[in-house]
Design a protein around this ligand. Structure first.
Ligand code: PLP
Length: 230
């Protein structure tokens, strides 16, 4: 049953549909579609589900767990060296080394201790990975990210004290609320800190995120189909 269900997902067609919707949202807000990068979020899915996306020419992917990505991506990257991998899930300090080894972009930098360890590891290895600061835009108690009020200070600390290559900001707005004000807030934080990349928008709201200036949308379910519970 599970297999038949999986086979029913047409990843290439879904990718085309998502791209078209991004292009439409970009047009409506007088932006250019190429200014929005589509991150295909492949978490929980195996290589057999990711392969059609690679075969269709897609190269930007997101994973939220270091260990899972370590198990899955090295052979895929060997076959497709131009893959760009984004870490979009919380990063524990004891996984920071592995994250620097594997990911091109680390979107979830959210505390000084982590920033320090990433900085040391990037210096030690010479691997300068782009960093985004995650902002807890809804100020939700159990969510990762720096509170909006502290974002400017933390971004400055990452740049000055830790010399991290900070290129963007990322957020996951509260589930059950209209995301627009949160998207607007994140875009403002990016703008006033001179950060070019804004990562926001998921399967349910990526078109809205584009309207609010997202440069990176993170889309999983709309491309790869529903995820099995872990
Ligand atoms: C899983 C995940 C996504 C993708 O979510 P979908 O609703 O499946 O598109 C985006 N961002 C983060 C941080 C995620 O963990």
């Amino acid at each position: 049953m599970a297999d038949r269900h999986q086979d029913a997902v047409d990843v290439a067609a879904n990718l085309r549909a998502v791209r078209e919707r991004i292009a439409g949202a970009a047009r409506e807000s007088r932006r250019e579609a190429p200014d929005v990068s589509l991150i295909a979020v492949s978490k929980t899915h195996g290589a057999e589900r990711i392969a059609p996306a690679l075969d269709a020419g897609h190269r930007i992917f997101g994973e939220n767990r270091v260990q899972e990505a370590e198990a899955k991506w090295p052979p895929l990257r060997q076959a497709f060296p131009s893959v760009e991998l984004h870490l979009i899930g919380p990063l524990q300090t004891n996984k920071a080394k592995a994250a620097v080894a594997l990911f091109d972009v680390i979107q979830t930098v959210d505390r000084p201790k982590l920033a320090g360890i990433l900085s040391d590891e990037m210096s030690r290895t010479g691997r300068r990975r782009e960093c985004y600061v995650e902002v807890n835009v809804g100020e939700e108690p159990r969510k990762a990210g720096v509170p909006p009020m502290e974002a400017d200070r933390f971004i400055a600390e990452c740049r000055e004290r830790y010399q991290l290559p900070v290129r963007g900001v990322m957020c996951i707005p509260p589930f059950d609320q209209e995301p627009s004000p949160y998207f607007a807030l994140l875009a403002k934080i990016a703008e006033r800190n001179g950060l070019p990349s804004i990562s926001m928008g998921m399967s349910g709201d990526y078109d809205i995120a584009v309207a609010f200036g997202a440069t990176h949308v993170r889309v999983g379910t709309a491309i790869f189909g529903p995820r099995e519970p872990r």
